[in-house]
Design a protein around this ligand. Sequence first.
Ligand SMILES: Nc1ncnc2c1ncn2[C@@H]1O[C@H](COP(=O)(O)OP(=O)(O)O)[C@@H](O)[C@H]1O
Ligand SMILES: [Mg+2]
Length: 271
Amino acid sequence: MTKVFTVAMHKGGAGKTSLLTNLVGGLTVKYPDKRILVIDTDSQANALMAFGGSPQEFPTGVHNLFLGDRDVKDCIYRLLDNVDIIPSTDEMDFIEFEVLLDEWRREEPFNKLDTAIEDIRDEYDYIFIDTPPSMNLITGNALKVSDEVIIPFQPETFGVNGIMKVLKTINDLNESLNSDIKVFGVVGMMVDSRASLHTMLVQDARKYCSERGIHMFDAVIPKSVRFANATAFEGLPATVVESEDRKRHHIVNAYYDLLDEMLQREGVING
Ligand SMILES: Nc1ncnc2c1ncn2[C@@H]1O[C@H](COP(=O)(O)OP(=O)(O)O)[C@@H](O)[C@H]1O
Ligand SMILES: [Mg+2]
């Protein structure tokens, strides 16, 4: 059964793309026979760039799915042996207008992505969707199509407020669209364990989540100056570049710990 994960947080720089691409990278290293599709819905196209691609190389992309003017199969490209991508371009900056201003397109505006990928969904074990830094029609579409949402929590921004707003959006969507979008879990991102503010905010987040029955993963991704500057330069996620045990950066180890925890949780959820 295909599992669709969306990484969502309505703020730029929260670690969405880093989290998504490193999880996908780690999955391909651990399970080279699993079929994975990345759908990049952020106009910045950072997910594609993390795998060494540049948006100009791709004549079609996720905007065509929102416009409904191309078959989904014409919008899928191979990234790695077992990873495909539906790329994004800056055309996504205009997509909300294009969908909402067109009488035919604005019908069921939150179902564009869901409908578009219906035919190819089953060809993958996992679909990972990256989202833009705001709660808009694009993110709404990504959430609507997902089984589970992964929420990155960066302890510098607005504390648990960000988590609260994402949870509310998911609840609202479930109520309005009669969907069953679940929260897979919250992940602490760019955590500096030496900073007492970070430790405190992560604790707050754990408490907030546990009081609401929301899962927060034990593994957190530490903050690193090297990663702040160099994540995408290798043309592959760090979890792929440093896939061998001995020379791994501690952040890469943290990603693999997180991945193990996620796979275990997935097993628990699916029985
Ligand atoms: N573990 C980390 N430590 C420090 N900086 C990081 C780390 N992970 C990612 N970054 C940097 O933080 C910035 C924002 O991350 P990104 O994943 O692009 O966030 P988003 O997709 O939510 O906008 C990027 O410049 C990225 O290189
Ligand atoms: Mg991003």
